[in-house]
Design a binder for this molecule. Structure first.
Ligand code: FEO
Ligand code: CA
Ligand code: CA
Ligand code: CA
Length: 602
């Protein structure tokens, strides 16, 4: 079969590199904005008024910079096409609002003169949105649903969250405002995420350090710990402490411990507090992607997006039970947290940082998942379970984990079970610091790591690994596309978010192709079979944007992307981008579909 599981091949006509202020898609495909910053989400939301935006309005409207896009069908629709795939008519779209570009949101903005209303508006533009959407006709296009939309929800920088798991209530999480250490206001810098088999969304709090000030005058004994999480400065940047004192670390040093978690959101229970799951550790979480183990437990793959930081895996103690929402809501609170340790199988002197393949022809080797703690037992000397979970980076340092080139998104291949991690780039790796899993120093354009768990079981503690793709301009000798003919592949830099289609093709969105002087993009590449490595560009995004999402619906008829921070290098007065509506940039979610209803990419 032309798109069978043996030799998947992407038939679409790959795009040339992008340089336009638009979303470009291949011949035969169409694209349309689904929802944009400022669009109403809650029923009583006012219409967007760019010139007079308020925090109250923003709290009910779609937030800023979209990253992770999740999709849970609300109906089963009709059997559709070959194999009778379900073709839902309505669904819940979940979107992370990672951060804000105040200089594009407000005219004449500067951090120094920000008004209280502007700061509060930015807080409300963070977080996430749940939006009910409906299919347009029989196409792969989607738009916000009409009528009653009981699940629509805004989660913001001020929404109450429950802290759960072994570190909940610990001294390290208690503050003056929350002496219980179990309730925190807001989630911040939520980057990528995942969707669980039980229909909830997971969302990773990433660069939360940037919201806190005065780390340099925090109590002496916590300064080193704050520094390990990127908090070292004085009063600079956003300075949200001007409207909420908890962001001042000299006064409330534990407040920072309440950010940097994986959040679980149940989209069908809009009244429930979202939960920060401490068992999954605290670091600059990129995303969280689950896979069921052979014995029915749930493994969640986790990246810490920092230069020289680590890859993690959580494995639950209990088994997933189909249809039992109440039981499944407890799965992420007990289990084991592991960090990855990798060793190469080629002589170290053959890895010189240039990207030249070693004599065995592959960057590859073996690895182990080193247990840091369970919910009741710590395996790190001198650290309690709560300390391992709150200061996970420090625990992983002690465990001798492998320092990676900024682990971003993880994604399991639904066809082969292999798991992929995007290592986006690391300009700080010196040539002498190159190793087999991170073979270039400096690593300007990133690479993709492939993990094969022992016995292909997500619960395994040992694995083998290799590097199938080393990114960059294919004319650059240091690049590698699984041995495929490099004259036939597209340039790619800074792989970030990942997803798969049902054939086992890997879809990679990028954040940083500006280094190749081209716009960011969505690429697709087969990961097994005879066309493995044939990387093509499926979509390009507007000026200044990174390409987030991507999400391919189960019926394979739609891919959602989220061009994040369009026009980031401009200001409201001098916009670098006017996408999508020709006036000022508005971060948005876009649906792409084939005009004749073909499966995406086929
Ligand atoms: Fe928000 Fe790691 O990217
Ligand atoms: Ca090797
Ligand atoms: Ca990312
Ligand atoms: Ca990124």
């Amino acid at each position: 079969p032309k798109n069978g599981r043996g030799n998947p091949r992407l038939r679409f006509e790959g795009l040339p590199p992008g340089d336009s202020d638009a979303v470009e898609v291949p011949k035969g495909y169409e694209q349309e904005v689904v929802i944009s910053w400022g669009d109403p989400v809650l029923p009583d939301a006012p219409e967007f008024d760019f010139e007079n935006q308020t925090a109250e309005a923003q709290a009910k409207q779609f937030g800023y910079n979209c990253d992770y896009v999740g999709f849970v069908p609300l109906d089963r629709g009709n059997g559709y096409g070959k194999g009778g795939r379900h073709r839902p008519q309505r669904a819940l779209l979940y979107v992370n609002h990672e951060y804000t570009n105040e200089g594009l949101m407000f005219r004449g903005y500067s951090d120094d003169t920000a008004t209280e209303e502007q700061i509060r508006t930015a807080m409300e533009a963070h977080g996430g949105s749940v939006v009910e959407i409906e299919r347009v006709g029989r196409t792969g296009q989607w738009k916000p649903a009409g009528g009653e939309r009981p699940f629509n929800r805004r989660i913001t920088g001020t929404t109450p969250f429950e802290i759960t798991g072994p570190a909940a209530g610990d001294e390290l999480l208690r503050t003056e405002a929350d002496p219980s250490g179990t309730e925190v206001l807001g989630m911040l810098n939520n980057c990528s995420g995942g969707t669980t088999p039980w229909g909830t969304f997971l969302s990773g709090e990433e660069n939360f350090n940037q919201y806190f000030v005065n780390a340099d005058s925090a109590p002496e004994d916590v300064r080193e710990k704050l520094a390990r999480y990127g908090m070292t400065g004085g009063e600079e940047g956003r300075r949200w402490n001007r409207v909420d004192e908890r962001f001042d670390l000299s006064k409330h040093p534990n407040e920072a411990n309440r950010f940097g978690w994986i959040v679980e959101i149940d989209p069908t229970d809009p009244e429930a507090k979202p939960r920060k799951r401490t068992m999954l550790g605290r670091f600059k979480h990129e995303g969280a992607n689950p896979r069921i183990t052979d014995d029915g437990r749930v493994a969640v793959y986790l990246g810490d997006d920092e230069r020289f930081d680590y890859m993690y895996k959580f494995v639950s103690a209990k088994r997933f039970r189909e249809g039992s929402a109440r039981h499944n809501a407890t799965l992420l609170d007990t289990g084991t947290l592991y960090v990855a340790k990798l060793s190469g199988n080629s002589p170290a002197e053959e890895i010189d940082g240039s990207g030249a393949l070693p004599s065995d022809g592959a960057f590859d080797g073996v690895g182990e998942w080193v247990a840091l703690c369970t919910d009741t037992e710590s395996f790190v000397e001198g650290m309690s379970v709560a300390e391992v979970l709150v200061y996970t980076r420090i625990a992983a340092d002690k465990a001798g984990a492998t320092k990676m080139d900024r682990p971003e998104d993880f994604e399991p291949n639904p066809v082969t079970g292999k798991v992929y991690c995007a290592l986006t780039n690391n300009s700080s790796r010196e040539p002498g610091q190159a190793d087999e899993p991170n073979p270039r120093g400096p690593n300007k354009h990133g690479h993709i790591l492939e993990i094969t768990e022992a016995g292909n079981d997500a619960g395994a503690t040992e694995f083998t690994w290799d590097v199938p793709i080393v990114c960059g301009d294919p004319e650059d000798e240091s690049t590698y596309f699984a041995g495929y003919d490099k004259s036939k592949v597209a340039p790619i830099s800074s792989p970030d978010n990942l997803t798969f289609d049902e054939h086992g093709n890997l879809w990679i969105s990028t954040d940083g192709q500006g280094k190749l002087e081209i716009n960011d993009a969505l690429h697709a590449v087969p990961m097994h079979g005879k066309y493995k490595g044939e990387l093509k560009t499926f979509a390009t995004v507007p000026l200044g944007a990174e390409c987030c999402g991507p999400l391919i619906t189960e019926d394979q008829k739609t891919v959602f992307i989220a061009p994040q921070h369009p026009g980031e290098d401009g200001t409201a007065e001098e916009p670098q981008s006017t996408w999508p509506f020709g006036d000022f940039p508005r971060p948005s979610v876009v649906a792409i579909w084939h005009s004749k209803g073909k499966d995406i990419g086929c």
